[in-house]
Design a protein around this ligand. Sequence first.
Ligand code: UDP
Length: 435
Amino acid sequence: MEKKETMRRIVLVPVPAQGHVTPMMQLGRALNLKGFSITVVQVQFDLVSSSYSQQFPGFQFVTLPKSLPKYEVEGLGQIEFMMMLNKTSEASFKDCIGQLFLQHGNDIDCIIYDEFMYFCGYVAQECKLPSVIFSTQSATNHVSHHEKQEKVVENMYPLRYKDLLPSGFGPVEPVLKIRVEVVNKRTASAVIFNTTSCLESLSVSWLKQELGIEVYALGPLHVTPSPPSSLPEEDKGCIEWLNKQKSRSVIYISVGTVAQMETKEILEMAWGLCNSNQPFLWVIRPGSILGSEGIEALPNEVSKIISERGYIVERAPQIEVLRHPAVGGFWSHCGWNSTLESIVEGVPLICRPFQSEQNVNAAYIVSVWEAGIQLEGEVERGKVERAVKRLIVDEEGTGMRERALVLKEKLKASLRSGGSSYNALDEFVNYLKTK
Ligand code: UDP
């Protein structure tokens, strides 16, 4: 039965990293459009810069005092950092919720926190507030963390057991440890996934059956009308360059906001891309080449061939790029945001994952959706050339594009009135009203 007349406030707590902040802000936007007031609590970093307050007018931004000194953060890997953050942020978050109660009276409906910010669940419990987990990764990735993994793999053919193993973070133990924290220490009453049933039907049904709490698959959230929540400045010059290229001829390359590559791999990629004879748009972030600041570290001959056939940016307006008619394929590390953004535009992929959740996404793209190919083993120029030709030139690539376009249509339908994601958002809003 509906308990509350008016829409109220939701507190959002993202992980301080772009790939997590962006979908959280999109979720905030979707809920704001449904009438909720939004408070975003930032922990440890000032990622939500002042431009965010302009992009999301009416949102309240609160920054917790830094709980980890800079020198301690520098030595930590991603997993250790997250575990330390969870250990050290509880008290200041509790104070913050106390302040919010003073400011807004009792009008806080719920805390929605990134699954990796699990300390929020305890604080919500202590403050007697409902809490909801937001997973910015795929539903299948979540399934793969579950203790009934053997059974899961049986049900998820053609995914293989090795696709689900943690890898790419260094030693396996810390990864398993944080997975246990994320999966077991659950105090939330619901989980939101930035996915939709038509993309991951088996996994979404499995989670609905097994988690024992409400599951809402209401993505892909970046399609909700919302201002771009990109942090560093994007290079729009690449759109003019794309305007001059032939339809479906360009391969767009980006490995997201975190992954790093060795100079040797970059050189092999550069040669392979040039030998493929296809134009390419390549994002090379400052710091994304291990041990160097940027492309100035590359030998002159390589920079020359890159500039003849390619266009390099430090940051691309990715969604605009993927939507551009000149783009024929996406070389991606298969982060979940990039995967969704590519499929929503019907663009097939060359998958080059770096770590475990990206392996799961790549396996899905290649084996389940059949909308891409994976480049395995060492990066060598011959392999790169072949992969680009398979995707952009050969008939095989046409088939992948057709399947990606079919998925695109299904996705759009799921977001329209009556579609599964559209309904899931409404159901979630109703659920909040009755809490
Ligand atoms: N992105 C972008 N421009 C770039 C590189 C990345 O806008 O040049 C955005 C991309 O659209 C996506 C996000 O950064 O929304 C990357 O998230 P993803 O989950 O794919 O990977 P992560 O960075 O978390 O590894």
